[in-house]
Design a protein around this ligand. Structure first.
Ligand SMILES: NC(=O)C1=CN([C@@H]2O[C@H](COP(=O)(O)OP(=O)(O)OC[C@H]3O[C@@H](n4cnc5c(N)ncnc54)[C@H](OP(=O)(O)O)[C@@H]3O)[C@@H](O)[C@H]2O)C=CC1
Ligand SMILES: Nc1nc(=O)c2c([nH]1)NC[C@@H]1CN(c3ccc(C(=O)N[C@@H](CCC(=O)O)C(=O)O)cc3)C=[N+]21
Length: 300
């Protein structure tokens, strides 16, 4: 079998166009200028974050959104970061705040950052990543305000490709707060958060302590890899005909590779996302979507 390529880049362009139209239409319907503003905070240098910042900036401009990036040196302190977040919370010209993760391990004068405290400090109405406790709680309860960008992008991809997971086994490898955990929750909801057919899955969450990871992965009708280990999901871990979603963004030399060994996986899967050109562009599209939503919420 040669898997169908799930073209995240194409679908992301479609969504970005919808967002751009929405921005224009909002200005017309309110009779006011409407230019949502997103601020990304980047502390130090993380390879995946750098890719994200660069692509996000371009996408913002095209959608009529103002994108700003605040760069802080890796040596910044917890207080520097908390002060910056407080300032962005207060600033009425800022609609969305995104603090790039991971924060550098050796930051805050070698003591490391308290990441939770930083994320908790972000105004929930500006929390376009959906990290704040209230937004995560609302998501968990099935009445979301913001949807987290990467899982939402994957839901949109499945929806627009007419791939239903209802009643199917989905295995999510990875349990991070940014991808794995919310992804699993959203797919297991009774009512789809966007597209009814992208819900009601039977979800398994796998991680570094999972016994027989390969065996667990082989039970998946839809396998979602969000691990951060280059090409760790091999062809023999995939059920023939499964749908494979590769979230990983790993830099290997000068190449960008996913968490799935793409060539061998393509021989077994029925459909697969490439890296680059898969989930990454969708994350950005949904970030723009959330920024527009944030600007509307704040003007209410
Ligand atoms: N395409 C996109 O838009 C995005 C891509 N990413 C990329 O996705 C990847 C994952 O990111 P993120 O979720 O933030 O990563 P984290 O490092 O926060 O989490 C990784 C998860 O994978 C698990 N894991 C690690 N090694 C193994 C292993 N050998 N076997 C099984 N499970 C393992 C960890 O388990 P444990 O909990 O036990 O430690 C953990 O739950 C990265 O490559 C990142 O760059 C991230 C966000 C958006
Ligand atoms: N608070 C926070 N939220 C995030 O959502 C977040 C984060 N921190 N830290 C870093 C990771 C990583 N991430 C990416 C998103 C898109 C691409 C992306 O656009 N990828 C293109 C790359 C193309 C290229 O330029 O080569 C693609 O896959 O096709 C990459 C990486 C979001 N993350």
């Amino acid at each position: 079998m040669t898997a169908k390529l799930l073209d995240g880049k194409r679908i992301a362009a479609e969504i970005r166009e919808e967002v751009a139209q929405d921005v224009k239409a909002t200005a017309v319907s309110t009779g006011q200028p409407f230019r949502p503003c997103l601020v990304a905070v980047l502390v130090g240098e993380d390879p995946a974050s750098k890719v994200y910042v660069r692509n996000k900036q371009r996408a913002c401009e095209k959608a009529g959104i103002e994108g700003r990036t605040h760069r802080l040196p890796a040596e910044s302190t917890q207080k520097d970061l908390m002060d910056l977040v407080a300032q962005l919370n207060e600033d009425p010209s800022v609609n969305g705040i995104l603090v790039q993760l991971p924060l550098p391990k050796n930051g805050n004068a070698g003591a490391g950052f308290n990441e939770r405290a930083v994320l908790d400090a972000i105004d929930p109405l500006k929390d376009v990543d959906c990290f704040s406790p209230v937004n995560v709680g609302l998501l968990m309860q099935g009445r979301p305000r913001f949807l987290p960008c990467t899982p939402h992008g994957i839901i949109q991809l499945l929806h627009r490709e007419n791939i239903s997971v209802a009643g199917k086994n989905v295995v999510v490898v990875g349990r991070s707060d940014i991808v794995g955990k919310p992804m699993a929750m959203m797919l297991a909801q009774r009512d789809g958060s966007c597209g009814r057919d992208v819900a009601n899955a039977t979800v398994t969450i796998a991680h570094s302590r999972t016994d027989d990871l390969a065996g667990v992965c082989r039970t998946a009708d839809c396998l979602i890899a969000a691990v951060g280990v280059p090409e760790m999901v091999k062809g023999n871990m995939i059920k023939p005909g499964a749908v494979v979603i590769d979230v990983g963004i790993n830099r290997v030399g000068d190449r960008l590779v996913g968490d799935v060994a793409f060539d061998e996986a393509s021989e077994v899967a029925s459909a697969i996302t490439p890296v680059p050109g898969g989930v990454g562009p969708l994350t950005i599209a949904m970030l723009l979507h959330n920024t527009v939503m944030a600007a509307k919420l704040q003007s209410e």
